[in-house]
Design a protein around this ligand. Structure first.
Ligand SMILES: O=C(O)c1cc(=O)[nH]c(=O)n1[C@@H]1O[C@H](COP(=O)(O)O)[C@@H](O)[C@H]1O
Length: 272
């Protein structure tokens, strides 16, 4: 999907919510465990209940890989279900990949071509040749980790190298790479105060902003500093939505949680 189409969906649905499908088999309602594919059944119920309130889903690949072959099958069924039932939804494979070019090409093929995700999260640490293979696909994006939501972000990302914080160097240098128009960036909601300076470097690109809800980031702050006239934001929430309830109506309650965020987002969009 192109960023323009994503923006259209955001205005149509009055939402820039991304629901994170970080599905931990130990946290899903126990009655689902008797199903052939409990992870897929959980995802299907969550997607059916939340799709009206969000524009994107982000399965975190770690949670699928942790279940071996069955996990990969659940992932494949989930992305196929989204493509078939809700083709207007933007999809993110949260895989945080990146390796020498030859290897990155295989990661890019897996997520952007074979599984057909719209985008994949990528670590910038190995530089240009590790990221460019993800940028070669039309209407597909690489979402580069710029300033992450966790405490460890201060270990390297905000450290000064040659008089500039490393995450700023990542932003500026990545703009010089081939097909850089296919880049989006991760900025944690817990670092909202950095967004003003980030927007001075990348005024237009979409930002994936995780960390509202369970990690304590505030939607209002993210919007205040990070929103552009074309919105330019996808705000992710995972645990606060998908594990809102362990009862048999877990999906309905997840839908209600997503709706609360969507309503707040609609208010923010009204300010534009
Ligand atoms: O790339 C990400 O999505 C990501 C980057 C980051 O800086 N912080 C972060 O929490 N994430 C992911 O966003 C999701 C956050 O989940 P919740 O804290 O449960 O909403 C998880 O899948 C994380 O792996």
């Amino acid at each position: 999907m192109s960023p323009q189409e994503l923006t259209k969906q955001i205005f149509k649905k009055k939402s820039f919510l991304c629901v994170g499908l970080d599905v931990d088999i130990d946290r899903i309602p126990t009655y689902l465990l008797s199903e052939d594919d409990p992870i897929f059944e959980f995802n299907k119920a969550i997607i059916d209940a939340t799709h009206k309130f969000c524009v994107a889903y982000k399965p975190n690949i770690a949670f699928y890989e942790a279940n071996g072959v069955e996990g990969w099958q659940a992932l494949e069924k989930t992305i196929n279900y989204l493509h078939h039932e809700y083709p207007e939804i933007y999809t993110i494979a949260d895989a945080k990949r990146g390796d020498i070019g030859n290897t990155s090409r295989m990661y890019a093929k897996t997520f952007l071509q074979d599984l057909g995700f719209d985008s994949v999260t990528v670590a910038p640490y190995m530089g240009k040749d590790s990221v460019e293979p993800f940028l070669e696909f039309e209407n597909r994006q690489a979402i580069l980790l710029a300033l992450t939501s966790n405490e460890g972000a201060f270990d390297f990302q905000t450290q000064e190298v040659n008089g500039e914080e490393l995450y700023k160097t990542v932003l500026k240098t990545s703009k010089t790479w081939k097909n850089s128009e296919n880049l989006m960036y991760v900025v944690g909601a817990t670092k909202a105060e950095f967004l003003k300076e980030i927007r001075e470097i990348i005024p237009e690109n979409f930002l994936l902003v995780p960390g509202v809800g369970a990690q304590g980031g505030k939607l209002e702050d993210v919007c205040k500093y990070g929103m552009t006239k074309n919105v330019g934001l996808l705000v992710n929430s995972s645990r606060k939505i998908i594990y809102a309830s362990e009862s048999s109506n877990f999906a309905e309650i997840a839908g209600a949680k997503a709706e609360v965020l969507q309503k707040q987002m609609a208010e923010e969009l009204n300010k534009l």
